[in-house]
Design a protein around this ligand. Structure first.
Ligand code: HEC
Length: 155
């Protein structure tokens, strides 16, 4: 009796999974990279699938802004160290791939011409040495950008 019951449970689970997957056609397309899937799973709940964020929830807009942060070493580190990224339940290699997908996907126009992709080592180092006050770390980067006449998203 018991094995039959568990077979039935398994069949029900398989059916439920099939329904769940077919309800998310955008997650199945052949062109969706693992990095984009990580974004959709771990970031888009707050940042929206197009990166537009939410003013009322103080989630910053990424398009038209996030690329500028890569103009300095501190800014590059900040993108790894901000809470939603540093604490995402994904590996350093996945974070590197995610940022390397996200930056050109959302803000190619503001990526400096000499932008070099994140390496896993860079992510590991930045993630391991997060500043105590991430808002102050952002403010420093923003001030440096302002001095160069560059404005980034307010939130
Ligand atoms: C629970 C909501 C939430 C999740 C999930 C989340 N973020 Fe965020 N994100 C925020 C908020 C709020 C801020 C503003 C700074 C702060 O409060 O940490 C932010 C800041 C950022 C910034 C800095 C932008 C700036 O202008 O300062 C980046 C880049 C970013 N998030 C990317 C991501 C990525 C990539 C993921 C997924 C791995 C992610 N976030 C997951 C809410 C979230």
């Amino acid at each position: 009796m018991a094995p039959r019951l568990s077979l039935r449970v398994a069949a029900t689970l398989v059916a439920a999974f099939a329904i769940a997957v077919s309800a998310e056609p955008s997650l199945q397309t052949a062109t969706t990279s693992p990095a984009e899937l990580d974004y959709l799973q771990f970031c888009s709940g707050c940042h929206q699938s197009d990166g537009s964020g939410s003013v009322s929830n103080h989630v910053p807009r990424l398009p038209g802004s996030v690329g500028h942060f890569t103009r300095s070493a501190k800014g590059r580190a900040f993108l790894v160290q901000v809470g939603g990224v540093a604490q995402a339940p994904i590996s350093d290699a996945q974070v590197a791939a995610l940022l390397n997908w996200m930056l050109p996907a959302f803000d190619r126009a503001n990526l400096p011409a000499d932008f070099t992709p994140y390496t896993v080592d860079e992510v590991t180092r930045a993630r391991a040495h997060r500043p105590g006050d991430i808002a102050a770390a952002r403010a420093q980067v923003v001030d440096t950008l302002k001095a160069q006449g560059i404005e980034v998203a307010k939130y």
